[in-house]
Design a protein around this ligand. Structure first.
Ligand SMILES: Nc1ncnc2c1ncn2[C@@H]1O[C@H](COP(=O)(O)OP(=O)(O)OP(=O)(O)O)[C@@H](O)[C@H]1O
Ligand SMILES: [Mg+2]
Length: 270
């Protein structure tokens, strides 16, 4: 089998393999595509927490993006954690240089435990300059709250915040509902023309490490293969749901999900 498309992932490394660039590569590969990477930071972590984070020099991030893409042109790009305003500026510069159109931004800002990962200056830059350059952004509830300065408790609040993000120049917004504690989990896709609610079964498990990274990578993969943003979100949500259901129960804390779930249910993702 040959890869169906090529994807560049710009994100941080998670040594435990459940989230970050490791989850992204596994997702892209498990869904039949080719992954390239630009690593923004190296974290030492396991399922119980983060021990340390070392940022990669912004110039080196620029080099990874531009040099890799000069040789192998990606069909789509997924962007994950960008930890400082200097990194965001460099990534914008590199994106302007390589001119790839299909870009998904997972605006990672808050760790699972609730800690804010990026400073106010970086948040402003992301809001004012990066959001409008991408095809889709995929904030979780705390990230959408920070970006829109609103409180999100209900589904209506999610929709209100998503429209605020459209007002800031976002083309498509997928607000992830994993953090709301309702019986079903609801993710909502909004653009200027349409609103689509994806309702899935919520599993009672602590093994949800990397669900956000996996979802945005899966959606990017489907978009890279030519599917619409709506169809790609639908398939991405299904993939993550199935990966949570079949999680391998590794580690003492928040364990990883099962990226290989696609091999069993490949037909569903057609
Ligand atoms: N317990 C659960 N059962 C089923 N689906 C879930 C559960 N938790 C999260 N999801 C799904 O996982 C995806 C990611 O949502 P979530 O809100 O957890 O993102 P996130 O907070 O960015 O994740 P991460 O903490 O990995 O960054 C969404 O499609 C959401 O519906
Ligand atoms: Mg996330």
């Amino acid at each position: 089998m040959k890869p169906n498309s090529k994807i560049l992932i710009i994100a941080g490394s998670d040594s435990s393999g459940g989230a970050g660039i490791q989850a992204d590569i596994k997702t892209v590969t498990a869904l039949g595509c080719y992954a390239m990477t630009a690593i923004t930071a190296v974290t030492s972590q396991n399922t119980t927490g983060i021990k340390s984070i070392v940022g990669i020099n912004p110039k080196e991030i620029f080099n990874q993006i531009v040099f890799s893409c000069k040789d192998i042109r990606p069909d789509a790009i997924k962007i994950g954690m960008l930890h400082s305003s200097d990194v965001i500026k460099m990534v914008i510069k590199a994106l302007d240089f390589i001119k790839v159109k299909k870009i998904v931004l997972d605006p990672v800002m808050v760790a699972k435990g609730g800690a804010q990962l990026i400073d106010g200056k970086a948040i402003q830059l992301l809001k004012l300059n990066l959001i409008k350059k991408v095809s889709l952004i995929t904030p979780n509830i705390p990230e959408a709250e920070i970006l829109t300065k609103t409180k999100i408790i209900t589904r209506e609040d999610m929709i209100y915040a998503a429209y605020k993000l459209i007002g800031l120049g976002a083309k498509n917004v997928l607000i992830k509902g994993g953090h709301l504690k309702h019986k079903n989990v609801v993710d909502i896709l909004i653009n200027t023309k349409d609103i689509k609610i994806f309702k899935s079964k919520r599993y009672k498990t602590k093994n949800t490490h990397g669900t956000g990274c996996t979802l945005s990578s899966a959606v990017t993969t489907f978009i890279s293969c030519g599917k619409t943003v709506k169809k790609s979100c639908e398939l991405g949500v299904k993939y993550v749901n199935s990966a949570i259901k079949s999680n391998p129960k590794y580690g003492k804390g928040h364990g990883p999900i099962n990226h290989l779930t696609s091999l069993k249910i490949n037909r569903k993702f057609k």
